[in-house]
Design a protein around this ligand. Structure first.
Ligand SMILES: CCCCC/C=C\C/C=C\C/C=C\C/C=C\C/C=C\CCCCC(=O)SCCNC(=O)CCNC(=O)[C@H](O)C(C)(C)COP(=O)(O)OP(=O)(O)OC[C@H]1O[C@@H](n2cnc3c(N)ncnc32)[C@H](O)[C@@H]1OP(=O)(O)O
Ligand SMILES: Cc1cc2nc3c(=O)[nH]c(=O)nc-3n(C[C@H](O)[C@H](O)[C@H](O)COP(=O)(O)OP(=O)(O)OC[C@H]3O[C@@H](n4cnc5c(N)ncnc54)[C@H](O)[C@@H]3O)c2cc1C
Length: 730
């Protein structure tokens, strides 16, 4: 049954809906995965609507502590219904449909993230992916019925990306048949795990495994961290909340420090490796990276998460654009709906097509994931490297595009889009974090590049490669794709676009009406066209040659290029002496992110001074009402020329080294903006990360300890909601 029509709908919205060229219900079924799934979703929605407590005071008006307590209250009510529904399903497919529906409907109750997100999103998947059958039989029912509440603590203060660099140690003591967990340094403190700060009583801890004096690398352990009755942290642990953050405010992300904390031998999750009673280490896995499995799973999930979050943002923005009227096009005629402006459509329509691109690609990726998992059950790990490369680049691209598109949706709603009540700021805060967590954007793209370079080598040797990367063999003309990681990644993006096109055509080829097919085709074309225009520069081949330049300065250019080589910047490379761990500052990709910020700061300062001087003059000459917004390119040109000339004037009295640095900044700014469209500027530091003394980890911990939730060891919502829930008394 369709949802009932709602009375008092805005006339403009009704008009737009009447104009729709297809049956909306048909599209709804397509998105849900069929008529039955739509009906089931509505059944669950209606049940939740009847039974779930809504907020009386808007979440955003509560204090941090109240927000958390409110989130626990609502989560417990939702979990109760969730556990009941889960207990009724018998088939794996029904369970995954139900989980997806619950996940999506739950967003109606939380502006922020539930403290149980990590329990559902990572704790349970890690039990499934990393435990032996025996361990699964023990832990899974407890976790599914929420008798225990877990999280996933991998990242430390000092390391997130480089998992092999984690410092937490788990040393096997064969006398007592226990592992001893320790945090040997401040930087080894576990940091970030969602739900760890106040909610969880169990935690998956990733630590370096030592036995018989040897280190076997990082392994996952399942560890009880709080007393099941009092919820007090167990002896030997320091645990708390890490402090306010951009989003995830109710996810009580936490820290955890171990001091000779003992856990039983079978706390090691033993699907891929075990330690026998006598301390012998036994490797079971056929692939060394199988312990990274949960991350792959969540990266795959995130593609669909981005489709869902962007669909919400663009629905908000399109509806509002139909309702909002602004400006006068023709005298004495009503102001137009902002949706009618082409520029507004430009902001919104690409987001609509992006939602479909993400959703279709996500459906395909999830199927691929399950196929690879099924093969791995039979011992075949051949497809794992490609799955890793695919999930890495699709996660990176879709999280990055999604948060940028949500910002566009916010811009499209003008001032009102800035209100928390519009939900756009919260959607942005949630999705922008996804670009970082579960693998940073750049790092994951580099992982994909690594796979592609290896594949390229196979192509060069004439060896067979998988169908997904067969295009590398077809494109023998290297200039078309170029061999740089960026060039290869772009080629890979083209493949992602290809997947979208084939999947969308495939999904709508049966059953669906011509009207839906037309719309889906238009959306698919829009997505492909948009990205080919966005990347025009990349698609055009320029000469880029020291040999073929117009002026024929062949030898000069060869020498200039040679001198630019990073290897020529120092007479003796430091690897001659040793091989130090790099600071992230050493990565060119990191410098690319930071240095333009410095250059922009100077550009804005200089331009601001200049602007101030001419402000009065300009306004008196142009008059109010004639200062239309200048096109972006003109604005940038002004910044560039003013920065260039003003900087030149003001540096002449400075010392030569400082002049040289400032001139480099001008050059960087001008160069960067010929390549890029935007940059960031941090004007006021006020930052734990950017302090002059570089005491980053000390300051992060100091701030976390000041955090009000850490003033009480157990939050009162434990006694009020969590404990009665866990004990089945609620
Ligand atoms: C209240 C009720 C509501 C109801 C709700 C109902 C349901 C909800 C359900 C779900 C929720 C939905 C969605 C959201 C779900 C969860 C998300 C929520 C919150 C998540 C919060 C965030 C959690 C985290 O961030 S956890 C921490 C994640 N950390 C990372 O991702 C670290 C990134 N780093 C790495 O991955 C690696 O270190 C690395 C960068 C890959 C480098 O690893 P390294 O070992 O150094 O490897 P190296 O580069 O040397 O490469 C060696 C070799 O290995 C290959 N490789 C690397 N990784 C993998 C892999 N994973 N698999 C396979 N192979 C891999 C690599 O390619 C190299 O190969 P080769 O040598 O070239 O052949
Ligand atoms: C909201 C949120 C929730 C989180 N929840 C959890 C959780 O529940 N459990 C958990 O364990 N973790 C969690 N995390 C941590 C998260 O997984 C890490 O922050 C993430 O993996 C990035 O690692 P990092 O912080 O070490 O970044 P860094 O690696 O320090 O990145 C800093 C910069 O260095 C660059 N860089 C690093 N290495 C390289 C390289 N090799 N080449 C080029 N550039 C490089 C990056 O691109 C980036 O620009 C969460 C994080 C956030 C923001």
């Amino acid at each position: 049954m369709r949802n009932k029509p709602i009375a008092n709908v805005n006339a403009d919205l009704l008009k737009e809906r009447k104009n729709c060229s297809f049956d909306i219900e048909e599209l709804t079924n397509l998105i849900d995965g069929g008529k039955n799934q739509t009906a089931r979703r509505r059944e669950i929605e209606n049940m939740l609507l009847k039974n779930m407590p809504f907020d009386i005071i808007p979440e955003e008006c509560l204090s941090a502590k109240e927000k958390y307590e409110n989130a626990v209250r609502k989560s417990v009510a939702l979990n109760k219904i969730g556990v009941e529904l889960v207990s009724q399903v018998t088939k794996a497919k029904e369970l995954s449909d139900l989980t997806l529906t619950l996940r999506r409907v739950s967003d109606a109750y939380f502006r922020e993230v539930t403290p149980f997100l990590l329990h559902l999103g990572m704790f349970i998947p890690t039990i499934l992916g990393q435990c032996s059958d025996e361990q699964v039989a023990h832990w899974l029912p407890l976790a599914m019925q929420l008798k225990i509440i877990g999280t996933y603590a991998q990242t430390e203060l000092g390391h997130g990306t480089f998992i092999r660099g984690l410092e937490t140690t788990a040393t096997y003591d064969e006398r007592t048949e226990e592992f001893v967990l320790n945090s040997p340094t401040l930087s080894s403190s576990k940091w970030w795990a969602g739900g760890l700060g106040k909610t969880a009583n169990h935690c998956i801890v990733v630590a370096q495994l030592y036995t018989k004096g040897e280190c076997y690398g990082t392994h996952p352990f399942i560890v009880q961290i709080r007393d099941m009755d009092t919820h007090m942290p167990l002896k030997g642990l320091k645990v708390g909340e890490i402090g306010p953050r951009l989003g995830f405010q109710t996810a009580d992300n936490g820290f955890l420090v171990f001091d000779n904390f003992r856990i039983p031998r079978d706390s090691l999750m033993m699907k891929h490796a075990k330690v026998l009673k006598d301390g012998t280490y036994v490797k079971i896995a056929r692939h060394s990276k199988l312990t990274y499995g949960t991350m792959i799973f969540v990266r795959v999930l995130l593609v669909s998460e981005m489709a869902f979050n962007l669909s919400k943002a663009v629905t908000i923005a399109v509806r509002y654009s139909a309702v909002r009227r602004q400006s006068e096009l023709k005298p004495n005629e009503p102001e137009p709906q902002v949706l009618d402006y082409l520029t507004q459509q430009h902001k919104l329509f690409i987001s609509i097509s992006t939602v479909y691109a993400f959703q279709f690609t996500s459906n395909w990726l999830m199927k691929t994931y399950h196929t690879v998992q099924a093969n791995m059950k039979h011992g075949n790990t051949d497809a794992l490297p490609e799955l890793h490369a695919l999930s890495s680049c699709l996660k990176a691209i879709c999280t990055s595009d999604c948060s940028a598109a949500i910002e566009q949706c916010r811009f499209a709603c003008g001032g009102h889009g800035y209100m928390i009540s519009s939900n756009l700021p919260s959607l942005y805060a949630f999705t922008t974090a996804t670009r970082t967590y579960e693998g940073d954007y750049t790092v994951l793209l580099l992982q994909t590049a690594r796979f592609l370079v290896k594949t390229w080598e196979q192509v060069e040797l004439g060896n067979a490669v998988t169908p997904m990367v067969a295009y590398l063999a077809r494109h023998q003309n290297r200039e078309a794709w170029d061999e740089s990681p960026e060039g290869i990644i772009r080629a890979f993006e083209a493949i992602a676009a290809g997947v979208y096109q084939t999947e969308s055509v495939r999904s709508v080829s049966f059953g669906q009406s011509d009207a839906i097919k037309d719309v889906m085709k238009q959306l698919s074309d829009l997505y492909l066209l948009y990205w080919s225009l966005e990347r025009t520069g990349d698609l055009l081949t320029t000469l880029k040659s020291t040999l073929g330049s117009y002026d024929g300065r062949v030898y000069e250019r060869l020498m200039e290029e040679a001198l630019k080589s990073p290897l020529n910047q120092e007479p003796v490379n430091e690897s001659f002496h040793n091989e130090p761990e790099p600071q992230v500052m050493d990565f060119v990709s990191q410098q690319h992110k930071l240095f333009i910020g410095i250059a922009s700061y100077y550009s804005y300062s200089m331009t601001a001074l200049w602007l101030w001087d001419i402000l009065t003059k300009v306004t008196s000459e142009l008059g109010v009402g004639k200062t239309d917004r200048l096109p972006e390119s003109h604005g940038r040109a002004v910044f560039m020329s003013v920065f260039n000339s003003e900087m030149e004037k003001s540096v002449s009295s400075l010392s030569a080294p400082l002049q040289a640095v400032l001139r480099q900044l001008v050059e960087l700014y001008l160069y960067y903006w010929t390549l890029e469209k935007r940059g960031d500027l941090l004007l006021v530091l006020q930052s734990t990360l950017g302090s002059y003394d570089g005491r980053v980890y000390e300051r992060l911990m100091e701030e976390a300890l000041k955090n009000p939730p850490n003033k009480e060891p157990v939050n009162e919502s434990f006694h009020k909601y969590l404990k009665p829930f866990i004990q089945g008394k609620l």
